[in-house]
Design a protein around this ligand. Structure first.
Ligand code: NA7
Length: 538
């Protein structure tokens, strides 16, 4: 017997970029599907992150889905790096165009999932107690969807307003005349600070470690330019497909060691003026592997920062000393450094004067109290694993995924994990979603997952499970690739660091595949060509 609660052939969890893409692909195959979303509407990251300055730092035209020519023809990206409201509009446009809304149930937070071996079904229970049955589950939980909130003494005593950037109230939130403190200077803080500095009465930035950052160099896209982009979509996506990072930026062919300082300076001047990640992705590749070369590039970027900041003591604090350029996720900025030239902006270096507590009136550091009426926590995310850790996922013999991954993350191709049959992950840990242009990686993952599900359903199979051997081989590959990366020992979410993890949690992990998007796609293709030999299909 089937009811509105199932059994479904597949349930997708999440309605962000990945969830929408996955639902569309499964719907195209006529599979009996449904999607559960914790929030009140679709969009995932682009529904939740509403803070000022929130936008892509992927080129917009490489961010959209490529699965529909009509969609590519109809949508006009208005800026090279599109802002959040427009991105949310795009995702709604996609959902409406393909009539996908009917599959989504909003305000439906999954609390637990339990594998039933006898019926070969997953039972999904929401926090409301409602229960659904499904043969397959596809998680599209988002790699950066679980807030990392500090645990500072006195946080609850604060008399003003405070929130994490993920919970920014809405687009009309008033900032004028306020005394604002912001904690955190990662990609999010760096987007917000210059935007709100212009509006607030006073802005105090609490920085624990600075990050390297370079200009986004955003610009509008006119009708004529968009028409040209549409004509070049094939070439653009082809370029992304061939590049390790999934972006349009092609690497410089020459080696750092083969060039003169003048030649390097000329290239870097050109790349610094280009949009997006050019200085990172179109540089000499050995700049990131050879410490002396990396030092020279870091010195170059330091020089750029110093020229943009009036007070050199402030500039000293804004220049990272614990990692070289490109060794952490590189935030892209728009007049970030100039914000510190304003009279109403002050930088507090938490390495010199750590936060002691939050009081009713503000933040107290080792030497003074900063009076504030709003505190913004731009303190990052429990990257890659947060979405999974929030759900009780009970697999074969009642073993939980949380326990399985307690010390080490382990998957087969970043798509499945042994002991949890019929559970597929899109943009999961150990895929390339954390290490490359996100939607490009998603489309690769969604196509593979869809083909596997269609194969299982058409063949009348009811149980698929990654083998232990397949998983071990993949962990070896993931480990080898991460250890080969120049940043493998630097603490960042790329290497498993969560800035506010509970004590005892492993802060170093293999959470992403760093062998590049083309190589990852080859692994997926090979698995399909070998008829999924590392997956038990019954
Ligand atoms: P990030 O890049 O993880 O940055 C978080 C920032 O918050 C970083 O500067 C942290 O300093 C700081 N932080 C975190 N916890 C604390 C506490 N307790 N005290 C002081 N400072 C703290 O997150 P973002 O949201 O900026 O960016 C995440 C991704 O979203 C980004 O990579 C994009 O892909 C989109 P720390 O470095 O830990 O000293």
């Amino acid at each position: 017997m089937t009811t509105n609660n199932g059994p479904y052939e597949a349930i997708v969890i999440g309605s962000g970029v990945a969830g929408i893409c996955q639902i569309k692909h499964l719907a195209d195959h006529g599979i009996k599907i449904m999607a559960l979303e914790a929030h009140s509407d679709l969009g995932g990251t682009w529904f939740k992150n509403r803070y000022p300055g929130c936008r892509f730092d992927s080129e917009s035209y490489t961010y959209g889905f490529k699965f529909s020519q009509e969609l590519l023809d109809e949508w006009h990206w208005k800026e090279q790096f599109s802002p959040q409201p427009e991105n949310l509009k795009y995702l709604n446009f996609v959902a409406d165009k393909f009539n996908l809304r009917k599959y989504f149930r909003f305000n439906s937070r999954v609390q637990s999932m339990t594998w039933n071996e006898e019926d070969r079904l997953w039972s999904i229970v929401l926090d409301t107690g409602e229960e659904y049955q499904t043969r397959f589950v596809v998680t599209c939980l988002g790699p950066l969807s679980t807030k990392s909130v500090p645990n500072i003494k006195g946080m609850d005593d604060f008399g003003g307003e405070s929130f994490h950037t993920y919970d920014w109230p809405d687009d009309s939130f008033e900032l004028e005349g306020r005394k604002v403190g912001i904690v955190g200077t990662g990609a999010t803080g760096i987007q917000i600070i210059p935007q709100i500095a212009k509006k607030v009465e006073q802005l105090t930035v609490f920085q624990r470690h600075p990050n390297w950052s370079i200009p986004l160099n955003n610009a509008p896209i006119s009708e004529t330019e968009m028409a040209d982009i549409r004509n070049r979509f094939e070439e653009i996506f082809d370029r992304c497909k061939k590049s390790a990072s999934g972006f349009v930026h092609l690497p410089e062919r020459r080696k750092f060691a083969e060039t003169t300082p003048e030649e390097r300076r000329a290239l870097w001047d050109e790349l610094y003026a280009r949009p997006g990640f050019a200085l990172q992705l179109s540089n000499y590749s050995d700049t990131f592997f050879d410490p002396a070369a990396n030092r020279e590039l870091s010195d170059y970027v330091e020089g750029r920062i110093r020229k943009r900041v009036d007070d050199q003591e402030v500039a000293d604090k804004l220049i990272p000393s614990n990692h070289g350029f490109g060794m952490r996720r590189l935030p892209l900025e728009t007049r970030y450094f100039e914000a510190y030239n304003r009279d109403n902006v002050r930088l507090v270096d938490l390495q010199e004067t750590p936060i002691e507590r939050v009081t009713q009136n503000g933040i107290q550091t080792a030497i003074e109290t900063h009076n504030l009426d709003l505190i913004i926590y731009a303190t990052g995310f429990e990257a890659m694993l947060g979405g999974f850790n929030k759900i009780d996922i009970n697999g074969v013999d009642g073993k939980t995924l949380r326990d399985k991954w307690q010390h080490e993350t382990s998957t087969y191709l970043g798509t499945m994990t042994h002991g949890f049959p019929n559970l597929l992950m899109v943009a999961g840990p150990q895929s390339v979603s954390g290490s490359s242009n996100y939607p490009r990686a998603i489309e690769t993952g969604v196509e593979w997952t869809t083909n596997l599900l269609v194969h299982a359903l058409n063949g009348g199979y009811t149980r698929i499970e990654a083998s232990e051997e397949g998983e071990n081989l993949w962990i070896e590959e993931v480990t080898r690739m991460q250890e080969h990366m120049p940043f493998s020992k630097v603490q960042s979410w790329f290497t498993g660091y969560n800035p506010n993890a509970a004590e005892g949690v492993n802060q170093f992990r293999y959470n992403a595949y760093w062998g590049g998007a083309p190589k990852y796609a080859e692994f997926l293709q090979q698995a399909a060509d070998e008829e999924y030999s590392q997956i038990g299909i019954e």
